[in-house]
Design a protein around this ligand. Structure first.
Ligand SMILES: [Zn+2]
Length: 91
């Protein structure tokens, strides 16, 4: 909920009283707002987690955090590690 309020304040800074502002919205508008905020939050979370993983140990191809699973896809961050994993799955 806090991120939703932050989103409203960022995009509608002139609206101070959030509850009064949202009172005029219908369910579809609220659902759309929640979808937008969730998508943005997920994107930011993935980027932050990815940056964190890239601080990790190097894989056999000397990519920092290369063997760690990408937070969104679940596949290794390093393209070569990824190719090896996919090759192993196919075999
Ligand atoms: Zn690798």
């Amino acid at each position: 909920m806090k991120t939703i309020i932050d989103h409203i304040h960022k995009h509608h800074p002139h609206k101070v009283a959030t509850h009064r502002y949202l009172a005029g919205w219908d369910a579809a508008q609220l659902a759309e707002l929640i979808r937008t905020v969730r998508a943005q939050t997920t994107k930011a979370d993935v980027a932050a987690r990815l940056a964190e993983l890239k601080q990790g140990p190097k894989c056999t191809h000397w990519v920092s955090g290369g063997a760690s699973p990408h937070p969104a896809s679940g596949k290794p961050i390093c393209p070569q590690c990824r190719a090896e994993t996919e090759g192993a799955e196919a075999a």
